[in-house]
Ligand binder design. Structure first.
Ligand SMILES: Nc1nc2c(ncn2[C@@H]2O[C@H](COP(=O)(O)OP(=O)(O)OP(=O)(O)O)[C@@H](O)[C@H]2O)c(=O)[nH]1
Length: 383
């Protein structure tokens, strides 16, 4: 199944409907979103503090000014701490969202105090709130639901304060409420659009990577993946963490005969069923299964001993020989066998053999198995 069909985007939020896809996306975005959170909070904090000048102009120096200044300082400290965390610490996605939500809630909460202390300027406050809402919707990375809750609840509180103070006439309150509602509506639509576009872009990237690294017929990795992901010095270093490695090279027996007698479509079915068996018998996320040639497969088993490699090959051999593949049109059962070459060695960069040497050894062993009558396993420890 393709990633597109798995990773559906929810129409309401613009986020992936499946939590697994959403988490994978957020992890992928983390290196960009964390500095963005830090930058946006630092930038907004500067303005928040600078606007203390307007408190001074409106209230003069006194108790009310100092109260508002303290509120602005609380925002600066909270946002400052979150900025520091965003720049200095490798945050998890939930931690980053918590930091964003806390900073937003404190800033919007303190803004309500400012509105209460400066009731004569509600028109200006409404404009400031509209700008803050846009920042919340578009610049501070957070989940769509968190964003919506914070933005709508702060708007509701703000309108309630305006009504409670009774200094604005009814028409102004209605106009202001409608304008703020419009700000929220367009903010939410823009956030949803941004969510959708960034996820569609990510999905396209995953699909492209998948197409470049996978074999179309079986879904197994292809030779490009083997060379670019498993045989690089970096991959070899990662392999060294496992101390040892085994490889199993498998080749379906007399495959040309299957093609000749049943046709290529049935031949494809046999290849697919062998690939499914191999994928089911290897460890997901640790072993790599590669379609090495037409009817040849390679399994790379990090951490496996020679005996473990042989055990896997034997299990595969007996299961495949016993199983029958249903032909493409479901009319026949096709039976065949496979031959295996297993090579294992230490994954030590200095002294141990490289993956390339193990594959070459397994290849020779597989041909020995062919010469030995097929449907058998040949194995060797490569020092
Ligand atoms: N149906 C199908 N056939 C393929 C595919 N890739 C390669 N082949 C065929 O697989 C056959 C492999 O034949 P051979 O290399 O002679 O091997 P074999 O008949 O399995 O003989 P042994 O390996 O000696 O047991 C060739 O006829 C290829 O055309 C594929 O994707 N689908």
């Amino acid at each position: 199944m393709s990633f597109s069909s798995l990773a559906q985007i929810a129409p309401l939020t613009g986020e992936f409907a499946s939590p697994g896809s959403e988490t994978a996306f957020l992890h992928h975005q983390q290196p960009q979103t964390q500095p963005l959170l830090g930058f946006t909070l630092a930038f907004c904090t500067l303005f928040y503090v600078a606007f203390a000048v307007t408190d001074l102009a409106a209230l003069g120096f006194g108790e009310a000014f100092l109260t508002l200044f303290s509120a602005r300082m609380v925002v600066a400290l909270t946002a400052g701490a979150c900025t520091w965390l965003a720049y200095r610490r490798p945050l998890t996605v939930p931690a980053m969202r918590l930091a964003a939500s806390v900073a937003e809630a404190v800033a919007l909460g303190c803004f309500m105090i400012i509105a209460i202390y400066r009731p004569a300027e509600f028109h200006w406050h409404a404009m400031s709130l509209a700008i803050m809402l846009m920042v919340v919707y578009l610049y501070i990375p957070n989940s769509f639901v968190n964003t919506l809750l914070l933005a709508f609840s702060s708007t509701a509180v703000f309108v309630a304060i305006a009504l409670g103070q009774g200094r604005m006439n009814f028409t102004d309150v209605v106009t202001m409420s409608m304008l703020l509602f419009l700000t929220n509506a367009f903010g939410a639509l823009a956030a949803r659009r941004f969510n959708r576009i960034s996820r569609e872009e990510y999905r396209a990237q995953v699909e492209l990577r998948h197409a470049a690294e996978r074999d179309h017929l079986t879904g197994c990795h292809n030779r490009r993946y083997l060379h670019e992901k498993l045989m690089t010095p970096l991959a070899q270093q990662a392999l060294c963490q496992h101390a040892r490695v085994a490889v199993v090279l498998c080749d379906i027996d007399n495959f040309k005969h299957i093609n000749d007698s049943h046709g290529h479509a049935d031949g494809d079915e046999v290849i697919r069923s062998f690939a499914r068996l191999l994928a089911a018998m290897t460890r997901e996320g640790l072993d790599s299964v590669i379609r090495y040639g037409g009817e040849e497969f390679l399994a790379v088993l990090p951490g496996a001993t020679l005996d473990e490699g042989i055990a896997l090959a034997e299990r595969l051999r007996s299961r495949f020989a016993a199983a029958a593949t249903l032909s493409a049109y479901g009319q026949e059962h096709i039976r065949t066998t496979a031959s295996f070459g297993v090579a294992a060695g230490a994954a030590d960069m200095e002294d141990g053999p490289a993956l390339r040497d193990l594959i070459a050894a397994a290849d020779k062993l597989m041909y020995e198995a062919k010469r030995g009558g097929r449907d058998c396993v040949r194995a060797m420890q490569v020092l």
